[in-house]
Structures are given as C-alpha cells and as structure tokens.
Design a protein around this ligand. Structure first.
Ligand SMILES: [Zn+2]
Length: 440
C-alpha cells in the first residue's frame, strides 16, 4: 500500500485506487518491478551507496532537464497505473469465478441455503456462499493464495469446533493401576476426546474384598461415572466361597449399578465350563435389578450337534437370564463380537439389551471377520455402546496397554464400520450408556 501512495501523481486521488485490504490470494501475487518503483532491497542498496559517496555537484541546466524528465516520468506513471488497474479488475473477475465454482478436488458446488459466508478475493464486498465443510475441516486452496484455513472458518462461524466427547462403557481402573506401576503408557490417542463418563468395573474379589475398598472407590469416582462389581467367569473354577460372600456384601451397597463381569468363557479348557455355568446361575440370583455386564466368549469350533460355540454360549446365557430375570432386565453385552442373528436374538428376548464394542473391531480377521462387522452394523443405534476395556484391547496398530483416554480411537473404528460421522456417533453412544446406567 505504501508503494501505491508513493506512486500517486498529482491530480490522482487516493479514492481512485482500489485499496488492497490484505486478502490472501492477492498478497501472494508479485508486482512486476519497474524503474519508477524500486524494490525494497534496491532502495536499501541505493541508500547505502549514497551514504558511502559524497554527493556529486549539480551540473548546469539540471533544473530544466529535471522538469522535462519529471513530465515524461509522470506520463509513464499514469500509463503504468492504468495498466495495473486493468490487471486488478481482471484478477478480481477471475477470483470471483473460482469462488463460485466447486472447491478444487471436491464435488461441492455453490450453496443456495444454510451455507457459510466467507470473504474471498480482495477489496470490498466480494463474498461467496459455500456449503458447510465436512468435519474435520481441512485447508482447501483457492486460486493461488493460501486458501481457507480452519482459523478463517472458525472466525466466520464465530465459534470454535466443539470438542469430541465420549463415554467409555467398560474399563478396569484397578487393573490399569497395576499396569501403570509396571510399564509406561506408550503413545497418544489418535482421536483425542473429553471422556465425560464411564463405567468402572471391578471383577477381582481379591481386591474389592479389602476393607473400605468400595468407600475409597466412591470417594474418587468422578461425576458421570458408574461402578459395577462381579466375578469374572475365568475365576469360576476353584473359586473360594469367601469371594462369593465378598461380592454379596459389595452388592449390598446401593451405589453399585452393575454386576460385572459375569458370563461364560469357553476359550478356556472345557473342564472349567461346568463351574462357569454354576457361578453364572448364582450371580444372576444376586443381580437384584442391576445391569448385567455379560462376558460371553467361545473358541472357534463346534459343539456336538454342530452348533457353532459362540452362538451356543449366547443361547445358554440368554436362557438362564430368561429363567431368573424379568423381560425388562437391563443387559450390557460386553465386548460384543456376534453376528446379526445373535443381535436379533438378544434384542427380541430383552428390550434393554445393549451391545458394547471394543477396539478388537480393529483387528477382526479370519472367516468370521465379515460377519462380525455385519453384526456391528446390525446393532440398533440406540443400543450401541463403546468400550476400551482398558487396560486391554488397544486399537491396532497400537500395542501395549491403554486407558479410557483412548475411547475416541475405539469410536472412530466402530463409527467407520457403521459409516457414520464420529461426533454424532460419540454423542449417541454417550446417551445410550447414560440411559442404561441411569446416569444424568
Ligand atoms: Zn472387561
């Protein structure tokens, strides 16, 4: 702008010249250097040369030549000014055309309603309306400039993008603590979120049977979180009676919202299955209306009669719950990896059957991988939960242990399998979890 002021010849008003308001595309355009307009570097060189030499004596008749030269120079400056004005008008026309057309590399066209208004080009009032961009906002280059940056969009919207919020419906704080004491946590979540709630699961009676354990847990429990207590089916075989009593007294505490984990795990030796079934029945008798957090697992293979084991496990569990619990029993199928058929069977048997999906969805493989993904897609939207099951099951390619802070990564995997945007997906799964555990 300073250069424009220096160039102003007599008789030309400042208002005749279009003022550059600093729009990105135009700033990037280099102005052609001319004799009348030395570049900044040249100016500095001239200044230093002048300083290093004595001023030359003025020759005779210099004033007359100076006048002649000034008039010629003035005419030249006027021509140059006109040329630039024309060039500027041409550029403005071109920029306007670009702004109205689709973004490079997208199919987005001009929006007719509900779009975002962003200034493009230079000068006054050159505005264009675009459709709201998909989340997350990415830089798009318009013309030769720097394009629309997330910051520009933020300013145009008048607000920062809302942070992602998620609810981790199943993890184990006591086991995370043990891992923390042994090894350092590696890496950061790829999809950082604000964890607005979760369910703390304690399924090792050896720990929660310690005097005052639950009181300490509830002292530390943040708002928006729930506690569930149980005995993992892998502990059924050879379980000491004392631990069953410890669970009974833990469940006497009305602050405990869930019975977790209980179930059947047939990835173990089949000699343990009988004890698991027996414990499962016993625990159902203690649930007293709490959420049942089911751990149902089966090795790949078949039972006599050729029924695939995972489906048989689900059927056995469902039949037992039907016998002992009301139809309105709230159920959380933890780390669910079943087919659409199994989803149907649970939802038709129990209207409050919810399905928790973990980071294991990032490494489904083998013959059943496709079926498991179809299973995730078939879960009703209002019955879906996401879980880290921390410290276990990190989303691949990450390895090691994790915390509930990684729930956004689980959300991303499951949302992409279902083909839905992550922010809405996280909101919905948060609502579902709060409903199931009766949290605000
Ligand atoms: Zn678990």
């Amino acid at each position: 702008m300073e250069r424009e002021e220096i160039l102003l010849p007599p008789g030309v008003e400042l208002t005749d010249i279009e003022v550059d308001v600093g729009s990105a595309p135009e700033e990037a355009l280099p102005e052609p250097p001319s004799e009348a307009e030395p570049t900044k570097i040249e100016c500095m060189q001239q200044a230093s040369e002048t300083r290093s030499e004595d001023p030359p004596p003025a020759p005779a008749g210099a004033d007359a030549r100076k006048k002649e030269f000034s008039e010629a120079e003035l005419a030249k400056k006027k021509r140059e000014l006109n040329r630039r004005r024309k060039e500027r008008a041409k550029r403005a026309k071109k920029t306007k055309k670009l702004a109205q057309g689709p973004l490079p590399g997208t199919n987005a066209g001009p929006s007719t309603s509900g779009g975002l208004t962003v200034g493009v080009g230079r000068g006054r009032g050159l505005l264009s309306t675009w459709p709201r961009p998909p989340h997350p906002v990415e830089c798009s280059s318009i013309g030769r400039g720097r394009g629309i940056t997330p910051k520009m969009l933020e300013e145009a919207l008048g607000e920062s993008p809302r942070p992602l919020r998620a609810f981790d419906a199943h993890f184990h704080p006591d086991r995370i603590k043990i891992r923390k004491g042994k090894t350092e946590l590696q890496g950061q979540p790829l999809h950082p979120v604000e964890v607005v709630g979760g369910v703390w699961n304690f399924c090792d009676p050896v720990r929660y049977s310690a005097p005052g354990f639950l009181d300490r847990v509830f002292d530390e429990l943040p708002e928006g979180y729930a506690v569930a207590v149980g005995i993992h089916p892998k502990q059924a075989y050879g379980l000491k009676r004392y631990y069953l009593e410890a669970l009974r007294s833990a469940l006497a505490d009305p602050r405990v919202r869930g019975l977790s984990e209980l179930g059947l795990d047939w990835s173990t030796d089949d000699s343990e299955w009988g004890a698991q079934e027996q414990l499962f029945e016993q625990l159902l008798g203690l649930s007293t209306g709490r959420v049942l957090v089911l751990h149902l697992r089966g090795a790949n293979g078949s039972r006599p009669g050729n029924e695939p084991i995972p489906r048989a496990v689900h059927k056995l569990a469902r039949d037992a719950i039907r016998r002992r619990c009301p139809a309105a029993q709230r159920i959380h199928l933890h780390c669910f990896m079943g087919s659409p058929d199994i989803v149907d069977e649970w939802t038709s048997a129990f209207r409050y059957a919810y399905f928790g999906v973990t980071g294991s969805a990032s490494y489904y493989n083998g013959a059943n991988a496709k079926l498991k993904r179809l299973g995730i897609r078939s879960i009703p939207g209002n019955r879906l939960l996401i879980e880290t099951d921390a410290p276990y099951l990190p989303v691949r390619p990450r390895h090691g242990w994790q915390t509930e802070a990684f729930i956004g990564d689980v959300g991303q995997v499951v949302a992409s399998i279902r083909g839905v945007p992550l922010p809405e997906f996280l909101d919905q799964t948060t609502i579902n979890a709060r409903e199931l555990y009766c949290l605000k």
